[in-house]
Design a protein around this ligand. Structure first.
Ligand SMILES: NC(=O)c1ccc[n+]([C@@H]2O[C@H](COP(=O)([O-])OP(=O)(O)OC[C@H]3O[C@@H](n4cnc5c(N)ncnc54)[C@H](OP(=O)(O)O)[C@@H]3O)[C@@H](O)[C@H]2O)c1
Length: 341
């Protein structure tokens, strides 16, 4: 299968590597300038024997190449136009989280304060965020109409099998979910918004994808949302389906190893991505003295996406419908947030 990457200098080079290792041909990538494309090409060649072409305009790439898959790894305000164009060109689309988010320059913060009645309704009020959710729906319905697979790269869901095995070894069958907890520290924030809501916009998709996967029939109780936004941390608590959810997303530039934890029903595991002796990245889950090591979570997510295309059945870890729910939840929670400090 022929794959192209839009935005190969950051996480995109790793997408290219995983698609290559999963047996695809990385035919091309698109960037924004000849200089940055040269840098991206060098980075790709450092990871595998990249022999593809580069373009400074993704539309020209879509016209010139015959592609089965386009992997979108550009900033989130580019994702809508690029996903629509890739689907119209006939490709399956794998898109980085957050699915779509408006340009930070265009979105005015702080968000407008909501009345009590507004807070109680499960409606996204901010016009730009409402448009974002509509754009996400448009991408997913286009993929459905064209019978193309859409997958979102919110890779923590790929850890659920390992997590469940650890949980069940310690506690027995994982049935009712009463609580979900997620702590994610990051040294920096992708995108232009380096403080306040930025950490939530950048990272919430990971936590929300876990919530949606664990509680597939859940819905948000909008009145329950408490979201406290400080300069380097956003803490959100809310009811979703049967569970009380708490997500702590924190920018911590000083952390040697940013902490990442998640779990349900107070069974919380530490997560770490680290290279093994051969230099291959692995996902490590730890609870007390129990450790489970699996393949890299992005690798597992890419593999699942490819399996769905190759077999014509199944679903990606985060499919189009869950991706829309993800971005809608992100919008509902952040616009109910309160800045402090
Ligand atoms: N799942 C994860 O764990 C994870 C981790 C990191 C990032 N991400 C997500 O991945 C996305 C990219 O983040 P990043 O940190 O990799 O960003 P980055 O390092 O800033 O890279 C952005 C890439 O997008 C390209 N780009 C920007 N505007 C473009 C346009 N109009 N057309 C084509 N290409 C364009 C850039 O090309 P040039 O280099 O040519 O300018 C660059 O290669 C974001 O949505 C981010 O949230 C996810």
């Amino acid at each position: 299968m022929n794959v192209a990457i839009i935005g190969a200098r950051g996480i995109g080079k790793h997408h290219a590597k995983w698609f290559h290792l999963e047996g695809c041909h990385v035919a091309a990538f698109a960037g924004t300038s000849p200089e940055t494309c040269q840098q991206a090409e060098a980075a790709l060649r450092g990871l595998f024997d990249f022999q593809g072409r580069s373009y400074t305009d993704y539309r020209r790439m879509l016209d010139a190449e015959t592609l089965d898959i386009v992997s979108i790894c550009s900033p989130p305000d580019c994702h809508h136009a690029q996903a629509v164009a890739a689907l119209q060109a006939g490709a399956h689309v794998y898109c980085e989280k957050p699915f779509i988010w408006p340009s930070f320059d265009a979105l005015s913060y702080p968000l407008p304060s909501l009345s009590v009645a507004d807070r109680a309704s499960a409606t996204v009020h901010h016009p730009m965020l409402r448009r974002t959710v509509d754009e996400a729906r448009e991408v997913v319905s286009l993929a459905e109409r064209r019978q193309r697979v859409f997958g979102l790269n919110a890779q923590y869901v790929a850890a659920h099998a390992s997590y469940q095995a650890m949980y069940e070894a310690a506690r027995g069958p994982l049935r009712d979910i009463d609580t979900v907890y997620f702590l994610l520290e990051s040294k920096g924030i992708s995108g232009r918004m380096s403080s306040y809501e930025g950490i939530f916009i950048d990272m919430a998709s990971h936590a929300l994808s876990q919530v949606i996967a664990w509680l597939p029939d859940g819905t948000l109780d909008p009145e329950s949302v408490e979201c406290r936004i400080t300069q380097n941390e956003t803490v959100a608590r809310f009811r979703y389906g049967t569970a009380t959810v708490e997500t702590v997303l924190r920018k911590n530039p000083a952390a040697q190893r940013p902490r990442r934890q998640f779990g349900t029903n107070q069974f919380i595991v530490e997560y770490e991505a680290r290279a093994d002796e051969q230099g291959v990245f692995r996902a490590v889950l730890r609870h007390g003295d129990q450790t489970v090591t699996s393949e890299d979570l992005v690798q597992l997510s890419v593999r699942r996406f490819l399996d769905v295309i190759r077999r014509g059945e199944g679903r990606p870890f985060v499919d189009g419908r869950d991706a829309v729910t993800n971005i809608e939840l992100e919008a509902l929670i952040v616009e109910r947030g309160r800045r402090e400090g």
